[in-house]
Design a protein. Sequence first.
Length: 98
Amino acid sequence: YKGGCGWAAYAYIDWWPSVFVENYGAHPAVVTHELGHNLNMAHSGWIGAPGLDQYGDHSCSMGNPYFTDYHDKICFNPAKNFQIANSGAWYDAKYVIT
């Protein structure tokens, strides 16, 4: 897709397609966010943030990490990791060796 469309990328929740605008596929924060959708994750919001409820958690890739100085070093927050672990989508805790 070409720029000016109002978004950097788009992905379906719990389905494989991810679409990136121009060179946004080269940004780790954008790719991680879209892969999160593919793994059945919704946005990481922040209750009480007017206009930013959907993307308000800037500590997580599923929020909008582009509002931070460390946007390419961000990952899923504990709540999203818990979701991955309990869904069996990524790994199953019975196979984790501690």
